[in-house]
Write a protein that binds this ligand. Structure first.
Ligand SMILES: Nc1nc2c(ncn2[C@@H]2O[C@H](COP(=O)(O)OP(=O)(O)O)[C@@H](O)[C@H]2O)c(=O)[nH]1
Ligand SMILES: [Mg+2]
Length: 329
C-alpha cells in the first residue's frame, strides 16, 4: 500500500537535515510522526520514526546534560524540583532569577539578552529549587528547544510585564505558541486535556513590574481574563513585593514533602531533608535513604503533626511534610 505522505511532511523533513542538535532532532521527528497519516501503508515509516526518536532519547540521557554554549540546551536537574521561566522579551525573567537566587544572569533593556537556558538554585526554607531562565518567546519566534525543556520541567512560570500595553495579549501569544507544540499549560494536573494537547504542565503566572505607574489597571484586566483558570501572583523584582508568596506557591505546586531521617543517638538534620513526592510511604522513604533498606525494613517510628509522637508505623504509612522517621531494619 502506498504511503501517500502529505507535502507538509517533506517540508518538515528538510529541517531534520539542517540540525545536529539531538533535542531539535527529537522535536522534528515527533512533528513528522504527528503528520504521518495513520494507516497500514505508513506503518513502516511510523515504526522508523519511533525507533529514531527512542534512540536519540536514550543517547541524550547518557550524555552529561549541562547547558553548553548554545549547543545542547538540556539542563541537568538539581534540587527538589525544576521550574522553567518563560515569557515575552524584557518582562524581567532574568531580573527575577537574580533576586530569587545567588546567580547573576545578564539583565538589559534589549530583547534576546538571554540566549541560552540558564539554571540557578533558589533556596526555599531548607530546600533548593532549580529555576531555569530562557530566551523570550515572541509571536514569530520560539526557540526549538524551549518546548523540550518545558516538557521535562516540573512547573512552568510564565512571567508577564505590567508595564506592557496589553499583558492579556502577551499571555495569549505564549499560550498559543505552545499549543502549536501541543503543550497545554494548566492550573493543576487534569485528565480532561484538550484534544490537540499532548503534554500538560502546571503553570504559575507572574505579573512582574507591579511597581509601574500603570500596573493597577493592567493587573485588573489580567485578573479578570485569567479568572480562576490560572494562578496569578503580582510581583516586583525591583521592590521585592510578592516574592515570598511566589516561593511558597512554587513549593506547593511541586507537590513534594520534606522528610527527616532520625538515627538513634544522632541529631536530626533539619537542614538536609529528603524530598519525596506527595503521597509517598514509609517504604519510599526507606528506599530513598538506602536502596537495600526496602528489603530489610521492619517498622518505623514517626514524629510530626497530627500524630502520636514516636508512633510505630508500617511500610505503607503515608508521610506528611516535615515528618521525622526512624527506620528500624
Ligand atoms: N519597573 C521595573 N522594571 C523591571 C523589573 N524587573 C525588571 N525590570 C526591567 O526590565 C528590563 C528587562 O529585564 P530582564 O530581566 O532582562 O528581562 P528578560 O528579558 O525577561 O530577562 C530591564 O531594564 C529591567 O531593569 C521590575 O520589577 N520593575
Ligand atoms: Mg533575560
Amino acid at each position: 500500500m502506498p504511503a501517500n505522505l502529505p507535502p507538509q511532511y517533506f517540508e518538515v523533513e528538510k529541517k531534520l537535515k539542517a540540525t545536529s542538535v539531538s533535542s531539535e532532532k527529537i522535536s522534528i521527528l515527533e512533528e513528522l510522526l504527528s503528520i504521518v497519516p495513520k494507516h497500514k501503508g505508513t506503518e513502516k515509516i511510523q515504526a522508523q520514526l519511533k525507533s529514531k526518536i527512542s534512540k536519540l532519547k536514550s543517547e541524550s540521557k547518557r550524555k552529561p546534560l549541562t547547558a553548553k554554549h548554545g549547543q545542547e540546551h538540556n539542563v541537568k536537574k538539581s534540587g527538589a524540583g525544576q521550574v522553567i521561566l518563560i515569557g515575552p522579551a524584557n518582562t524581567g525573567k532574568s531580573s527575577l532569577i537574580k533576586v530569587l537566587t545567588n546567580a547573576s544572569p545578564q539583565v538589559s533593556d534589549y530583547p534576546f539578552t538571554t540566549i541560552s537556558a540558564y539554571p540557578a538554585m533558589m533556596r526555599f526554607e531548607n530546600i533548593q529549587i532549580q529555576l531555569v531562565d530562557t530566551p523570550p518567546i515572541t509571536p514569530d519566534y520560539l526557540e526549538i528547544w524551549i518546548p523540550e525543556l518545558i516538557k521535562s520541567a516540573d512547573v512552568v512560570m510564565l512571567v508577564l510585564d505590567l508595564s506592557s500595553p496589553d499583558p492579556v495579549r502577551d499571555f495569549q501569544v505564549i499560550i498559543q505558541k505552545l499549543i502549536e507544540k501541543r503543550i497545554e499549560l494548566i492550573r493543576e494536573n487534569r485528565s480532561d486535556s484538550s484534544p490537540s494537547a499532548k503534554y500538560q504542565k502546571k503553570l504559575l503566572v507572574i505579573a512582574n513590574k507591579n511597581d509601574h505607574a500603570l500596573s493597577p489597571d493592567r493587573l485588573t484586566a489580567l485578573k479578570q481574563y485569567l479568572n480562576s483558570s490560572h494562578q496569578l501572583i503580582p510581583v516586583s523584582a525591583f521592590q521585592g513585593d510578592g516574592l515570598d508568596l511566589l516561593k511558597n506557591r512554587l513549593f506547593v505546586m511541586l507537590n513534594i514533602i520534606r522528610v527527616y531521617s532520625k538515627i538513634p543517638g544522632r541529631k536530626i538534620e533539619y537542614d538536609n531533608p529528603f524530598t519525596l513526592k506527595k503521597g509517598s510511604t514509609v517504604l519510599d522513604m526507606a528506599q530513598a535513604v538506602h536502596k537495600d533498606f526496602s528489603h530489610k525494613f521492619k517498622f518505623a517510628r514517626i514524629w510530626g503533626k497530627n500524630k502520636y509522637q514516636g508512633q510505630k508505623v508500617k511500610r505503607d504509612y503515608i508521610l506528611e511534610d516535615e515528618d521525622v522517621i526512624e527506620l528500624h531494619i
